[in-house]
Design a protein around this ligand. Sequence first.
Ligand code: AMP
Ligand code: MG
Length: 495
Amino acid sequence: MNSSIAFDNSYSRLPERFYSRVRPKPVKAPQLIALNDDLAKSLGLDADDLRSTEGISALAGNGQFEGSDPIAMAYAGQQFGNWVPQLGDGRAVLLGEVVNPSGERFDIQLKGSGPTPYSRMGDGRAWLGPVLREYIVSEAMACLGVPTTRALAAVSTGDPVIREEILPGAILTRVARSHLRVGTFQYFAARRDDEGLERLADYAIDRLYPQHKDEALPYIGLLNSVIEAQARLVARWMNMGFIHGVMNTDNVSIAGETIDYGPCAFMDDFHPDRVFSSIDQTGRYAYSNQPRVAHWNLVQFAQSLLPLLSERIGDEKEAVEQAQLAINAYPLHYEKAYQTGFNAKLGLGEPQEGDAELGNALLSLMAVNKADFTLTFRCLADGDLSALANSLSGNGSGDDQGSIETWLGNWRDRSDRQGDTKEARQRRMTASNPAFIPRNHRVEQAIRAALEDDFAPFQRLVEVLRTPFDNQPDHEELMQPPQPQEVVAQTFCGT
Ligand code: AMP
Ligand code: MG
C-alpha cells in the first residue's frame, strides 16, 4: 500500500525544459530519525501516516507517495562569483506541492535522494552530518522568526556515502514556499529563452507575489518584492549573528527564505569578519559581507529580468533605468530592516537619529572584547548589566568614550527618550534576543553522537530550540559558548 499526500504539482505542469522527471533511487534500509509533527500538522499532513512503514519508505525514496510527480528542477548560478550555466537539483527531487488548510502552497522535496540529470560528478547523496545540521539549524531559524525552508523529516538510508571517509547516508525532507532561485531565472535568461523566462516570472508572481499580477509592470513589482524580501532576510541573519556561508545565486530563494544550509553557523564571539566555511578562502561570504553580497545577487536577478522588462516597457534603456531604480532601493530596505531589528534587541522602537552609532559602538566593544554575540544581548534583555559590563571591559580601547559604562549611559538616555515603560522595553528585548541558538559546537557534538547511534543530543537540541527565547534552566549548558577546546571554527560544505 502506498502512503498518500494530496499533492497538487503546479511546477511539473510547466514546460518540460524546466525540470527532469526523475525517481528517487531506492536505499537499503530506511529508518526514521526525526519527524516534525507540528510542521506536518500545519501542512495538513497525517503524521501517523508519515511514521508508518509505507510513509518512511516514501520519505526515503523507496516507495512513492500517491499523487507525487517527482522532478529535479533546472537552474544555473554564480558560485563564488563564477558563472555556471548548468546546475539544478543534483541530489534532490521535488515530490510535489501541498496546499495547507490556510490555502498556502508549499514544496515538499527530498534532499539526498540519489542522482539526477543535474548531478554532474556527484553521487546525489547526503551523509548524516549535513542532514542533521540542516534539520537543527533550519528549525531553529523558523523558531527564531527568520524566514526559512523547514525540515519535515530526516531518515537514515542504511547505505554508505563515500566522502573523505565512508559515512552513513541520510535524506532530509525539506519544505519551502518554493524552490525558485535567482539561479532559476538566470538559467532561462542565459539561454535567451524569453518565453521560458516569462513563464517562470508569471509563475513566481502567481505563486509568491500575486499582488503584482494586475499591475502595469508586474515584473518590476516582482523585482521590488524580491529585493525587499531579501533585504529583510539578510537583516534578520545579521541581527541573529547567522552566517549562511554559500550565498551563491543558486542558493538565493525568490521567496525570501533562507535556503541550502551548507557550512552555515551562528557566531559565538563576535567578529565582523567571521567565516566558517572551509571553502570560503577569501571571506567572500563573511558575516559583514552578507548585506553587500545580497545586493550583488539581486543585481544578477534584475539582470536576468531585463529581457522581460525591455519587452514590456518597449525600450531597453528605460528598462535598465527602472531596474536600476529598484536595485538602488535595496540599501534603504536593508538598513531599515537591520536597524529596526537592532533597535528591538536594545529594547527600542522605531529607529531615530543616532541609533546606528549606538548599535555600532556596542558591536565594536563586543569585537575588541571577543564577547559572545548571543549572550551579550541576552544579558541586556535580562537586565544582567554587571555580567554585561564584565564581558565587555578589559580589552577596550581604554579611553572613556569606548567603555561599556559610557555605552550603558548612552543606552539609558536613549531608552528614557523612548517614552514607554521599562517593562515594555524588557519584553521587546526578551522577544528579540534568544537565550538559545544552535551553537556550532553543539551541532557538531550532536552529529558526532549520531555517528555512534546516539540521537539523544540531536533530539535535545531540536527540542530546546523550539522555544529559543524562553529561559530553560534545565538546559543552561546549551546556552553557553564553547570552552576553548570545544570551539568549532570551521564547517564543511553540505555535500
Ligand atoms: P550546493 O553547494 O549544495 O548549493 O550545491 C551546488 C550544486 O551542486 C547544486 O546543483 C547541487 O544539486 C549540486 N550537488 C551538491 N552536492 C551534490 C551531490 N552529492 N551529488 C550531486 N549533486 C550535488
Ligand atoms: Mg544549492
